[in-house]
Write a protein that binds this ligand. Structure first.
Ligand code: ADP
Ligand code: MG
Length: 728
């Protein structure tokens, strides 16, 4: 009983909720560690403050002299918060966040030193970041990368470090991170949506995309998690038989939160609030030891940063509380996986949610405009939407019959469907007075009531309208929201730009009134985007068949899904909207394909190692015990022993069969890996890993899991599902 498994299990028996120091009202500590507007007003000259605000609101450049002043104010404030270092905090294409800490401390001679932080250190840095993925962009010496301050996301003190959110770009201007394209996409949607919003309200001067993410995760006892090589190296279990009890009793969902977990959550939330992350809800999720945390929605760039920061903070806080947090989309088979729903909308500088109907017919037409344009955008670019959530880890979840399918469809509920059906009949060209009255009273006028009692929810839809926002449900729990947000905002920007052109043309050339022109264009969009709308069960096989008939794409894996990203259509779109150029797009796709292949490669190695070095030796050990037993029976009972040991003899044979299956499958898998590694093209390599290597995982697992059921529990080396999932 000396295996790491039992040591880990024993450890969990002594676990107590960790005492935490969480006092005071959240409203009082909200943003305490953030260099926000309020702080800036207090610690900067009026001129410097105004310059930062105009950089935030209008993207104006900050003057060098003022940058020095801002940096100095930032540093002094950070020091009062306990900061000794600063870092340009950025999001390289690994999907995580990166930071390299530099000290404020600077000796001026051998007996004196000062705390220094100037404008140029604030605005631009050159991290020695040659090891971040760049997809060939930085192959030349000239094309080094630098980080540049993003003033739209406020600096914050995290631990003892002042973190300055930055973009990471090459000297030739190509984005090397997730933030730069996101900022460009947000700019594009701002431009296009502002123009359209001004049809309804001339005072609109800016439109922000809003994002409210919902983060699902598993929380596993640290000792148990670290006892499993697969969890440590791949973030998920590659083996493990389902426990007798899973989630079938639904007794975890919204249940009372265990004390140890609650203390973790309270400390985490407390730190989040100090960092300005407006965390709001927490609850148990469907699977055992699965939880969810969601904030109030925010401007999308800030929300993306906050999600990245949260994931980092969760890791650290969990560790302190003797947990390991699993962000993997599918850490365990047989129970639900985790997602990160992205609730998205557009809001004007006046605070109007453009996906929310108002009290006047005009406001309702505004709602319809943004609502229908979004549907049309998703319709026209469903393949890009799908690709934006593609990853080796999310592949286990999409289409697994419990999570959004890999087919992208839009759910709007039966009542809004009726509204769109009626709008489809709006007659072409000029509307008669009667038609206008009808539209006003019976269609557009009814929308607010409809949405008030719109309780329609469809949990099986990948892209659902939920009252005053769209909820993109296919995003993986591990992914950086920047990717789906970049795509969504880009396609909506493009769509709104087109809409504006079409409406203006009808007004100018056909002499239509504005409302008539809008109705005319919307009517065509409703017709043209019908096939993306689906109200039924998105998890059903029938829908897959129906989707195929409709000509919707259904990319079941990442290598296939990512093809859409480099299509001519996609490159034209990104270039037109100024979000990415072809070099950036191709580089990104290559990075993602490489990452995919690496992930499967690592998993394959880990699986081979566990199967051969843990499972097989244990099975042989147990088999030897059985053989000893049979031998003993033979010694004692002579030729009668067979009658006494039929089960043992069967077991001995069964174990041998599983062992030989595992051995041969592992051998084949290794051969396939070798062949895959020889392929040079990223696409082909990823496909080989997907189609040739990955299928062995399930086969190897099958035999290992059978052995788990056969072998004496006392010597099984791998921590079992019941221990991982039901230890609180
Ligand atoms: P649910 O959709 O689960 O019923 P809510 O309606 O409360 O729950 O919203 C869920 C999430 O949607 C929250 O994280 C919230 O911040 C976000 N959300 C609400 N309104 C918006 C909006 N206008 N833009 C973006 N996200 C939003
Ligand atoms: Mg939700």
């Amino acid at each position: 009983m000396s295996t790491i498994r039992f040591k880990a299990v024993n450890k969990t028996f002594d676990r107590k909720p960790l005492p935490i120091d969480v006092t005071g009202k959240r409203s009082e500590i909200f943003g305490a560690n953030v260099f926000n507007e309020l702080v800036m007003r207090q610690v900067m000259s009026n001129e410097a403050f105004k310059s930062v605000m105009s950089a935030i609101e209008g993207g104006m450049k900050i003057d060098r002299k003022l940058a020095d002043e801002i940096a100095s104010a930032m540093k002094n404030w950070a020091i009062t918060k306990g900061a000794t270092h600063y870092t340009h905090w950025f999001q390289p294409l690994t999907g995580a966040t990166a930071e390299k800490h530099d000290s404020f401390f600077e000796p001026i001679n051998n007996s004196q030193a000062v705390e220094k932080f100037g404008g140029h250190q604030l605005v631009q840095q050159e991290p020695d970041a040659s090891s971040f993925p760049h997809g060939g962009i930085r192959n030349t010496f000239e094309a080094r990368g630098y980080t540049a301050w993003d003033p739209t996301s406020p600096a914050f003190v995290y631990g003892t470090t002042l973190c300055i959110p930055t973009v990471f770009v090459s000297y030739t201007g190509e984005a090397l991170d997730n933030k730069a394209p996101l900022l460009r996409a947000l700019q594009a949607v701002d431009n296009a949506a502002t123009e359209v919003a001004r049809y309804f309200d001339k005072s609109v001067s800016k439109v922000n995309a809003t994002l409210g993410w919902e983060q699902e995760y598993f929380l596993i006892d640290k000792a148990l998690a670290y006892s499993r090589p697969d969890i440590v190296l791949a973030g998920r279990t590659l083996l493990g038989h389902s426990p007798a009890k899973g989630q079938q009793l639904d007794d975890h969902y919204f249940g009372s939160i265990p004390d140890r977990v609650l203390n973790f959550m309270r400390e985490l939330e407390n730190d989040c609030v100090k960092l300005g992350i407006p965390v709001k809800t927490r609850h148990n999720e469907v699977a055992p030891n699965q939880f969810e945390l969601a904030p109030l929605f925010e401007e999308a760039n800030l929300a993306v940063d906050h999600n990245s920061l949260l994931m980092d903070l969760m890791d650290k806080t969990a560790d302190k509380h003797n947990f390991k947090v699993l962000f993997h989309e599918k850490p365990f088979v047989g129970v639900n996986g985790s997602g990160k729903h992205n609730n998205w909308s557009l809001a004007t500088n006046n605070g109007t949610n453009l996906l929310s109907p108002g009290t006047t017919p005009t406001k309702n037409l505004q709602f319809l405009t943004f609502f229908i344009n979004t549907i049309k955008a998703v319709h026209d670019n469903e393949d890009l939407i799908r690709a934006s959530v593609a990853s080796a880890t999310n592949d286990h979840r999409l289409g697994a019959g419990e999570a959004p399918p890999s087919v992208i469809s839009v759910f709007i509920g039966s009542q809004l469907t009726k509204v769109l059906d009626e709008l489809e009949d709006v007659s072409k060209g000029k509307l008669s007075p009667q038609e206008k009255t009808d539209l006003k009273l019976n269609v557009v006028g009814k929308i607010p009531e409809i949405l008030l009692d719109n309780t329609d929810r469809n949990r099986t839809s990948s892209f659902a309208f939920t009252g005053n926002k769209f909820e993109f449900r296919a995003v993986g729990s591990k992914s950086n929201c920047a990717k789906p947000m970049t795509v969504l905002n880009t396609i909506v920007a493009k769509q709104l730009k087109e809409f504006k052109n079409e409406v203006d043309e009808l007004i100018e050339k056909k002499n239509l009134k504005k409302d008539e022109a809008i109705f005319n264009v919307l009517r065509e969009y409703i017709k043209a985007s019908k096939k993306i709308r689906f109200e039924g069960d998105g998890y059903s096989l029938a829908w897959e068949k129906e989707a195929e008939k409709r000509g919707l794409s259904n990319s079941k894996n990442t290598p296939q899904a990512l093809k859409a990203v480099v299509s001519k259509k996609a490159i034209d779109l990104y270039e037109e909207m100024g979000v990415m150029n072809s070099v950036e797009i191709i580089a990104r796709q290559e990075i993602e394909l490489e990452e995919y292949a690496h992930k499967i490669q690592i998993e394959g190695r880990v699986l081979g190692d566990i199967a051969r070095n843990h499972v097989i030796p244990t099975a042989i050990k147990y088999q030897n015990t059985l053989i000893q037993n049979v031998k003993g029976l033979k010694e004692v009972f002579g030729s009668d022993f067979k009658k006494l040991a039929p089960e043992q003899i069967d077991l001995i044979e069964e174990i041998s069969n599983h062992i030989s299956e595992i051995n041969s499958k592992v051998k084949f898998m290794i051969e396939e890996r070798k062949s895959a590694n020889k392929l040079e093209k990223a696409q082909l390599k990823a496909e080989a890993y997907c189609n040739k290597v990955l299928p062995y995982f399930e086969q190897i697992r099958y035999h290992c899991d059978k052995l788990e059921l056969l072998v004496d529990d006392n010597i099984w080396p791998l921590t079992k599902y019941r221990e991982l999932l039901f230890t609180k």
